[in-house]
Write a protein that binds this ligand. Structure first.
Ligand code: IMP
Ligand code: MG
Length: 173
C-alpha cells in the first residue's frame, strides 16, 4: 500500500516559526558568538534556514549519530558516526536537532558535548514530540510541539525518503 502524507506544517508555518525562534536566539545570545551544532542528517534544512534569520554571528559544526532501531523508533543505543571539528571548550553551544522524540539521542549528545568543556549548552529543535519521551530533556527552543505521529519532510526522513519536501507531513502507513 502507498503511504499517505497528511500535511502538518506548511511552508508558511515553518517560515514563521523559524523566524520567531531566530529572533529569540538572536536576543538571548546578543554580544556572543555561539557555535551551532547541527545533528545530521535531519537538521540540515532547518539549520540552513535558521542561520539566515539570525542577527548574531555564529559558527557552524555538525555531528552525526546513529541509533540502531527500526525505521520509526529509536533503539536506545546511540553511537557517534561523525564528531565535532571545532573546539567547543569555553564556548556557548546551541545544538540544532530535527526532532526530539524519546530523548535518548539528545541525552547522549548532551553528555558527549558536556564532556568537551563548553561554557553552555542549549537545545533548539524543529519539533518537540512529547508522547514517547522517556528521558526528561529540556528543549530550550522548540519551533513546534506535537504529541505524536511520524513526521517527514523539511529534512526529516523515513528510511532516507522525503527529506526534500518543503513542508512537514504525517506519514501514515
Ligand atoms: P529519540 O532518540 O527517540 O529522541 O529520536 C531522535 C531522532 O530520531 C531524531 O533526531 C530523528 O532523527 C529521529 N526521529 C524521531 N521521530 C521522528 C519522526 O517523526 N520523523 C523522522 N525522524 C524522527
Ligand atoms: Mg536526528
Amino acid at each position: 500500500m502507498m503511504p499517505e502524507l497528511i500535511p502538518v506544517l506548511s511552508k508558511e508555518d515553518l517560515e514563521k516559526s523559524v523566524a520567531g525562534i531566530a529572533k529569540r536566539i538572536s536576543a538571548d545570545y546578543r554580544h556572543r558568538k555561539p557555535i551551532l551544532v547541527g545533528v545530521l542528517k535531519g537538521a540540515f534544512v532547518f539549520l540552513s534556514d535558521l542561520i539566515r534569520q539570525l542577527t548574531i554571528p555564529v559558527k557552524i559544526d555538525f555531528i552525526r549519530t546513529a541509533s540502531y532501531g527500526d525505521e520509526t523508533s529509536s533503539s536506545g543505543t546511540v553511537c557517534l558516526t561523525k564528531g565535532l571539528e571545532i573546539d567547543i571548550n569555553g564556548e556557548d553551544v546551541l545544538v540544532v536537532e530535527d526532532i526530539v522524540d524519546s530523548g535518548v539521542t539528545l541525552r547522549w549528545i548532551l553528555d558527549y558535548l558536556n564532556g568537551l568543556g563548553p561554557a553552555s549548552v542549549r537545545i533548539c529543535a524543529l519539533v518537540d514530540k512529547r508522547e514517547r519521551r522517556q528521558i526528561d530533556v529540556h528543549v530550550d527552543y522548540a519551533c513546534h510541539v506535537v504529541q505524536e505521529g511520524f513526521l517527514v519532510g523539511y529534512g526529516l526522513d523515513c528510511a532516507e525518503d522525503f527529506r526534500h519536501l518543503p513542508a512537514v507531513y504525517h506519514l501514515k502507513k
